[in-house]
Write a protein that binds this ligand. Structure first.
Ligand code: C2G
Length: 443
């Protein structure tokens, strides 16, 4: 009996896939189909797959062409499978020509012509074509964001509006910032990404929502929790998505870490210590440090997501560079909870180790610097033989996962739960406390 094996994601199963499976089957007597797991697809850069593994398996099964279906979970598994199932022929579409020649050492490798004119990417795009305008002033941040849309099928950046427009990458529309130009940008788009000074957020978001546009906004949404609440309410009324952009919240490693903590892997959490420092902009002429504004939301995220937002007490300790006390070069906030404590340390005018440590009654989680864009963390115990290390691919610093989540939220008409509303409100409230110098000690 001649055994044939083939692999694929088979997202939104289409005619091209079916033709490939039919021809693969004809190469022998028994066809094994390997379907990629969600995690494996992520590690090979396919972050945009629309159907879950079980849906994709069911679709391939329904073709009746596969004699056996297996799941492909890791790099190198093809060799293991070929040996294990005593496979005679490995086959895949011609888009992979040459890539699997190394399997010739184990069986015959055959590339089959790819069917022209159809692909999962096109189907995904058709289903989810979301245009997005961008407004912001820091060229590095905006250009980085803009270059990520090519990894996300179905999102297309239509224009950029900025007071610094000459330093921005090419875009379909490039608009010098003013209110009229912002209106023009909004008119030609379904959604908007906002990365401006915090003071402008409220007005820009209100206008976008009132004009029926979905919003992705850098955190904090406002430096006033009442305003943030009002904006969430407006978004709900208008059936629009208002999503807070903290990249960390959308990364796989961070999400898995939160799940492990909630599943009790380190016992009860008694302390969380999050540090974020960044001095990369400090030596730029006339750069105004805003340590809390730029880093506070990120550092607060694990605290509010693990311990909740009902802290009993807090205290802010800051050092300011200016008389008006708007430029905090260093801010530390300590929280007291019923059964736990937490602290953040954020600085644009001081340097420290940017790590995250979550202390539990059975062990602790250690995320090395820079923890906010990590692909790696460890669970450590008293007995080091029980320690575990976790690694999850992170590409594009997490922006592309944020975009995928935003696109899916818009399509599904329900906001992804990466950042819960109470967490967003608590972040806005803390920004307000610092602005109003509430419970603030200056050093
Ligand atoms: N295919 C095709 N014609 C198309 C589209 C896809 O013949 N128009 C083939 C691909 O070449 C592949 C199979 O259908 O052999 C599944 O395609 P995908 O779901 O895109 O999977 P892919 O990313 O190619 O995974 O480990 C995974 C494998 O390496 C292939």
């Amino acid at each position: 009996m001649k055994k044939v094996i083939t692999y694929g994601t088979f997202d939104l199963l289409h005619y091209g896939h079916i033709r490939l499976l039919e021809r693969a089957k004809q190469l022998g007597d028994y066809l094994i189909v390997g379907i990629t797991s969600d995690d494996y697809d992520k590690t090979r850069g396919k972050i945009n797959v629309q159907q879950s593994l079980s849906e994709r398996v069911a679709a391939v099964r329904a073709t009746g062409l596969a004699d056996k279906i297996i799941v492909e979970e890791y790099e190198g598994q093809k060799i293991d499978d070929i040996k294990k199932y005593k496979v005679d022929i490995f086959t895949v579409g011609s888009d992979w020509v040459g890539k699997f020649d190394y399997l010739n050492a184990y069986c015959t490798v055959k590339y089959l012509d790819r069917t022209k004119g159809i692909s999962s990417s096109e189907l995904r795009q058709k289903d989810r074509n979301l245009t997005m305008g961008v407004i912001g002033d820091v060229p590095k941040a905006i250009n980085k964001f803009q270059s990520e849309d090519k990894y996300v099928n179905g999102i297309c950046i239509t224009g950029v509006c900025s007071k610094n427009i000459e330093n921005m990458n090419d875009a379909i529309q490039k608009l010098e910032f003013n209110t009229d130009k912002y209106s023009k940008l909004l008119k030609n788009t379904d959604s908007i990404y906002i990365n401006t000074d915090l003071e402008k957020h409220y007005e820009l978001i209100t206008k976008a929502l009132n004009e029926g546009k979905h919003v992705l906004c850098e955190s904090p949404i406002c430096d006033n929790d009442k305003q943030t609440k009002e904006l969430f309410k407006l978004a709900k009324q208008k059936k629009l998505i208002l999503m807070e952009a903290i990249k960390t919240a959308y990364s796989t490693a961070y999400q898995r870490l939160i799940l492990l903590v909630k599943a009790g892997k380190i016992g009860n959490v008694v302390s969380i210590d999050a540090v974020c420092t960044d001095m990369s902009k400090a030596d730029q002429d006339d750069y105004k440090v805003k340590s809390f504004q730029n880093w506070g939301p990120n550092a607060l995220l694990p605290i509010f997501q693990i311990l909740g937002t009902n802290y009993k007490d807090y205290r802010i300790i800051s050092h300011f560079n200016d008389e008006e006390k708007t430029q905090d070069s260093f801010t530390k906030i300590d929280f007291v909870y019923e059964n736990a404590t937490a602290s953040i340390k954020v600085a644009e005018g001081a340097k420290s180790e940017g790590e995250l440590i979550i202390t539990g009654t059975k062990g602790y989680i250690y995320v090395p610097a820079p923890w906010w864009k990590t692909d790696y963390f460890e669970i450590r115990y008293e007995n080091i033989v029980n320690n575990k290390r976790f690694f999850y691919q992170l590409d594009g610093e997490g922006i592309r996962y944020e975009l995928v989540s935003f696109a899916k939220s818009v399509q599904g008409k329900e906001k992804a739960d990466n950042i819960e509303e109470n967490v967003s409100l608590a972040i806005s409230k803390m920004a307000m406390n610092l602005k109003n110098k509430k419970k603030l000690i200056e050093i």
